[in-house]
Design a protein around this ligand. Structure first.
Ligand SMILES: [Zn+2]
Length: 51
């Protein structure tokens, strides 16, 4: 798996993004999967900046 830096935080936004990525994986929609990976990574960064 290519999931870089998400370990601690879990908010609804993150879970929605992860759910969306899982759905895309099931649909074999790999462009959406990588898009979700980017969104998740970006969103994770905003978390760590905030705290
Ligand atoms: Zn979050």
């Amino acid at each position: 798996m290519s999931t870089p830096a998400m370990k601690t935080h879990k908010c609804t936004e993150c879970e929605q993004l992860e759910g969306k990525r899982k759905q895309a994986e099931q649909d074999r929609d790999y462009s959406s999967v990588s898009e979700c990976n980017v969104l998740i990574a970006r969103y994770g960064i905003t978390h760590s900046v905030r705290s």
